[in-house]
Design a protein around this ligand. Sequence first.
Ligand code: CTP
Length: 425
Amino acid sequence: MSGQDSAGSLARDDSSRPLRGRRVLLGVTGGIAAYKSAFLARLLVEAGATVQVVMTPAATRFVGPDTFAALTRNPVQTDVFERTDTVLHVRLAHGADVAIVAPATANVLAKLALGLADDLLTSTLLEATCPLILAPAMHTGMWAHPATRANAETLAARGAVIVGPGEGALAAGDEGVGRMAEPEQILAAVASALTRPGTGLTGRRLVVTAGPTQEPIDAVRYLGNRSSGKMGYAVGEEAARRGALVTLISGPVSLPEPSGVEVVRVETAEEMAQEVFGRYDAVDAVVMAAAVADWRPSRTAEGKLKKDAGPPELTLEPTTDILSTLGKRKEHKVLVGFAAEAVADPSAEGRRKLAEKNLDLIVANEVGAPETGFGTDTDRAAIFSATGQDVPIRRWTKAELALAICDRLAVLLDASTGGEAAHQP
Ligand code: CTP
């Protein structure tokens, strides 16, 4: 191939669009095809990706790290002990939307299949949860060996995408199957991995609400509910893991703050409403997982009400319905609500609230039954969307439900903004 021509044509090609703004980890292992990865690095950069190259020591004998550093405008990492203060392999793993190993030698396939972590690249890939693209390159006999076949199958079964190898000239003048796929093919595989629904929320700005609100009766008493905040925290954490910039507006809960998430603490429905409304212009989506109180005492007594004065007469007034207010404004934002219902099948109520509050997605879940709803780690829930891709009622862990919500969010956000984050980080 001619690097100049292929790079130029691919930069104009629509297939490279999903790469814009994405963080790509490019692992280079020790094979002669490492020189082709320099072209791949350039294609990735031209497609708008931020590329972090990690080389094995053997790879550096084929192509110098400076070549990749110049092409990617990013220092190349080779040594697991380079930045022990920041735990480099963990930082690299968490900072990638997609990982590629090109060329992938028989040795690295074996190590990845076994879960070995004896250098920076394999340690990083063992920690990473993003999609993995492998471009094997080796001699025909090594590729055909039952050990390599089994390793490739193991990796594919775990979800790795294996591109190539193709047939053609190999090292030392040999010919056969084992030649690394061309950079364009690898680029197309990366683009397609990134367009798979649910793979990324990079740069998306989300407000997620969680927990109960507490509406004061007097200086020490309040009206509240049993929400633990687990669902909203799980959504916030998962969205942040996928690259979203998450503000978690949390009522009073006793959960640890998820890493990589900005947490804003509130007590009342009114405070939550103000925090959400104040951010609405700047966000791409709002996920209202909080159990917002529907009513509050119309006046809060000063100090602590004394028992001797007899039971107080509480007059209640409605709080602001945050989600309904947002639904009236909408403005191409994605709105996700929850409907907590104390009935065996909350589907009908879920559908009603989806339409009434003008939402894109609603999770209708059962509360009050054992092991489902407030405070538990599992839910019986159904998902309804405005476009009709519904998931009927079933049992989920809250973590599974968070994954499903983020998958849907990614698709809805791509549809609402044509694949672009509305606000760049
Ligand atoms: N919600 C809100 N503001 C409120 C009350 C609820 O934004 N004052 C949101 C919740 O966070 C949830 C959705 O609206 O995402 C549905 O909440 P739910 O309490 O199930 O429904 P309500 O509309 O309050 O109706 P009802 O309590 O009668 O079932």
